[in-house]
Ligand binder design. Structure first.
Ligand code: ADP
Ligand code: MG
Length: 243
């Protein structure tokens, strides 16, 4: 294992009832890198992200976070170091925005309430929602809810952030505010894996794009290469449709 990798995914495989969904996936992520994972629906992107923090348990392969292997036995501690941002936000509807952002700090990390509150306010400011601390999720737009969910992940001070189609549930006019927050995080040196169809984000923020199809990585490379002279017919076909 290369020890300068924050995240090191090696030969991960997963099948559901005999259907192989991940057929041996490996990639690495250095500190501060943003990798964008693209590919057709059903290619295994969500399964791969979920395998990284064992929301789905892989059948084979190894995953290392900062040199420590992710295992069933240490999964709670490992999950605390990986922020996960879901398509559908997953906020607690009965809690205020402030409580959503500080609860995991208190319950999982054992942070003192005052420090957790301070950190929550800092992360809400970072995503442009200082004025919404006392609101409930239902009082917010989808874009605002997704920014709360990003603030919640950031408040845990994660080693890596995993995003699974963070803008797919949003109306088009709300996508931009979430993409801008993600661009800002990438520019600030956050380490991130982002599954998205937002090709403007991929072009602008990705250090590398990984194209997946049918449980395999077909091709990976910097955006300038992938968008302009991909050598693979499948990648070109996909990008022609989506970009
Ligand atoms: P993507 O995120 O790229 O659209 P997914 O990882 O969600 O792809 O799905 C890959 C394949 O695995 C699909 O064929 C999907 O139907 C199947 N799949 C995903 N989750 C499950 C599950 N919990 N049980 C059975 N099949 C699943
Ligand atoms: Mg998916």
């Amino acid at each position: 294992m290369a020890d300068d990798l924050i995240l090191d995914v090696q030969d991960v495989k997963k099948a559901y009832d005999g259907l192989e969904v991940l057929k041996g996936i490996g990639f690495g992520l250095r500190k501060g890198e943003t990798k964008v994972l693209i590919g057709p629906s059903g290619s295994g992107k969500s399964t791969l992200l979920r395998c990284i923090n064992h929301l789905t348990v892989p059948d084979a392969g190894r995953i290392y976070l900062n040199g420590d292997e992710v295992l069933d036995t240490n999964i709670d501690a490992m999950r605390a170091r990986m922020g996960f941002v879901f398509q559908d936000f997953n906020l607690f509807s009965h809690l205020t925005v402030l409580d959503n952002v500080r609860i995991c700090q208190i319950k999982v990390n054992g942070t003192e309430k005052a420090a957790a509150t301070q950190r929550a306010h800092r992360e809400l400011e970072r995503v442009g929602l200082s004025d919404k601390a006392d609101a409930y999720p239902a009082e917010l737009s989808g874009g605002q809810q997704q920014r709360v969910s990003i603030a919640r992940a950031l408040a845990m001070d994660p080693d890596v952030l995993l995003f699974d189609e963070p803008t797919s549930a949003l109306d088009p006019e709300l996508t931009g505010e979430v993409v801008r927050v993600m661009q800002q995080l990438a520019a600030e040196g956050m380490t991130m894996v982002v599954v998205t169809h937002e090709m403007s984000f991929a072009r602008q923020a990705a250090d590398e794009i990984i194209f997946m199809e049918d449980g395999h990585i077909i091709e990976q490379g910097p955006p300038e290469t992938m968008f302009t002279d991909s050598t693979h017919e499948r990648t070109r076909a996909f990008l022609n449709v989506i970009a």
